[in-house]
Design a protein around this ligand. Structure first.
Ligand SMILES: [Zn+2]
Length: 86
């Protein structure tokens, strides 16, 4: 087959696969007061490698820096998500 530098959508249809994915919302409870859903990323980040993400509990005002943002969403392929007993 001739290698092309540009492919139109109709040229791609034989090569495209649709895979169902599941979306998970990852939340963290406040480590201080245990409040759910009120513990959130403050919307800024501290420059370091890897970065720190400031979080604040809206219930008790507890502030802490974390390596990940909460809440966040992740996507899992159905195959990966299947419980195979591992
Ligand atoms: Zn709290």
């Amino acid at each position: 087959m001739e290698k092309k530098e540009y492919l139109n959508p109709e040229d791609c249809k034989d090569w495209i696969t649709e895979t169902e994915v599941k979306t998970f919302r990852i939340t963290m409870r406040c480590p201080e007061c245990g409040s759910d859903e009120l513990f959130e990323w403050a919307g800024s980040e501290k420059l370091s490698n890897p970065p720190w993400y400031p979080h604040k509990c809206l219930a008790c005002n507890y502030k802490v820096n974390l390596r990940k943002k909460y809440p966040h969403t992740i996507h899992k392929y159905k195959e990966v998500n299947d419980d195979t007993g591992r």
